[in-house]
Design a protein around this ligand. Structure first.
Ligand code: FES
Length: 178
């Protein structure tokens, strides 16, 4: 750069077509209340739309009103479980503890057995014909999973079953339906 192109104090004088000429500083800095509100409403709209699918998923998970289906999983051979007995299994995940109770020759019921009060394991009392939680004496009806005594207010999540070729399979989880 030669001497004529420099300003008085040696600074570089920007010509009209340099890349900063279209910035009107006064205008750029003007953000009145109306513009600010418009910007905030726009941002809120973008946020709402972008989070909508997650909100729907979270709603379904938290309310548990949707019946869930998973890959069928064999629980037991019918011949290995006498009428009136129960066995533990895990479904749908390996940490989702559950109970299968054989109530009759062809009648089975299964529930996830984490108590709906404070998650203690619920067990089958053959003598009483009830599902019992020892922590605070919660009792659940084995036919419906609904609480009948103690502090639990919500039913145990029921596991959907099917029998096939002499075996009992878990096919899904039904939650909090009345
Ligand atoms: S944890 Fe089951 S009754 Fe409290």
């Amino acid at each position: 750069m030669d001497r004529e192109q420099r300003g008085k104090n040696g600074s570089i004088p920007f010509s009209e077509d340099n890349y900063t000429h279209n910035i009107e500083k006064a205008g750029e800095r003007k953000l009145d209340r109306r513009s600010f509100m418009k910007m905030m409403v726009g941002a809120a709209g973008v946020f709402a739309v972008s989070t909508l699918p997650w909100g729907t998923i979270a709603f379904n998970e938290l309310t548990g009103i949707k019946k869930k289906t998973y890959d069928p999983k064999k629980i037991a051979d019918a011949a290995s479980l006498n009428v009136g007995d129960a066995i533990e299994f895990a479904y749908p995940g390996e940490h989702d503890s559950a109970l299968l109770v054989r109530l009759g020759e062809n009648e089975y019921k299964a529930y996830q057995n984490a108590c709906t009060h404070l998650k203690c394991p619920v067990f089958w009392s053959k003598e009483d014909g009830e599902l019992l939680c020892p922590c605070h004496h919660g009792i659940f009806d084995v036919h419906t999973g609904k609480p009948t005594a103690g502090p639990p207010k919500r039913p145990l999540p029921e596991i959907l079953l099917k029998t096939d070729s002499g075996a009992v399979f878990a096919t899904g989880v039904k939650r909090y339906e009345t």
